[in-house]
Design a protein around this ligand. Structure first.
Ligand SMILES: [Zn+2]
Length: 242
């Protein structure tokens, strides 16, 4: 996106390169907030709070940088778009569109492009890392460890994420997911059920095997799997369990 701005007539006339449009580089960003868009306010007896930058009002750039527009949008305006909106704006720019579509496909279409990393949930941060990884050429020998990547996701977006994870596995990689979402558990090749309770009450392997096998765990012997009946339900299997 920065390259598109650097290629505009206005930027070339000023000899501005792509770095001018990065809030990580001093030349184009707001000097008051160093491109953060907000400033830390020290409060007596209280933890410090964040307030919008009084100079750029959250735009992150200095006024000169914002005189350059690409298709009537400033770089700050672009960073205010959601991934879904940006997919439409950059529909004719394949190099920009490809990573955007990937983000949309793993259920991050609602994120703003300029969303600070500190505002991301753990699940969102993992999905962004995953999108970065999916863009790389797959060597097929990697182990991916994900901790509740579906947290906060709409069921429709869980399906999208699962499709991407299956793509990694189909390419020969191994994906290990720590997960409570039973649709994800039911969709796995191998399940390790830890329990029986949480924290100090757990930590034992109650059952392991295919999802079908683990869903029957309480039938063969008393293992006390709380997961089994719900997993059976997620698999569409009806077992009489207690
Ligand atoms: Zn500022």
């Amino acid at each position: 996106m920065r390259a598109l701005f650097a290629a505009t007539k206005a930027a070339r006339a000023k000899r501005w390169d792509a770095g001018r449009f990065s809030f990580n580089v001093a030349k184009g960003r707001c000097a008051t907030c160093d491109g953060e868009g907000f400033v830390s306010v020290e409060l007596l007896f209280m933890p410090s709070a964040y307030a919008p930058c009084p100079t750029c009002h959250g735009a992150r750039y200095n006024p000169q940088t914002l005189t350059v527009t690409w298709e009537d949008r400033t770089i700050a305006g672009i960073l205010g778009l959601t991934v879904d909106e940006a997919c439409a704006v950059f529909a004719a720019q394949p190099a920009v569109l490809r990573p955007l579509v990937l983000l949309r496909e793993i259920g991050l279409g609602y994120l703003r492009l300029g969303q600070p990393a500190t505002e991301l949930s753990g699940g969102e941060a993992q999905r962004i890392k995953l999108a970065t990884e999916l863009q790389r050429a797959q060597r097929g020998d990697a182990l991916y460890v994900l901790d509740e990547p579906t947290s906060g996701l709409h069921p429709a977006d869980v399906d999208k994420l699962l499709a991407q994870l299956h793509g990694l596995v189909d390419a020969g990689n191994t994906v290990l997911v720590v997960e409570h979402d039973l649709r994800v558990v039911a969709d796995s090749d191998w399940v390790i059920d830890l329990g029986p309770g949480a924290g100090d009450d757990g930590g034992r392997i109650l059952a392991s095997g295919t999802p079908e096998h683990v869903s029957r765990a309480n039938r063969s012997r008393v293992v006390g799997s709380r997961t089994a009946p719900y997993l059976a339900e997620a698999l569409g299997l009806a077992f009489a369990q207690r």
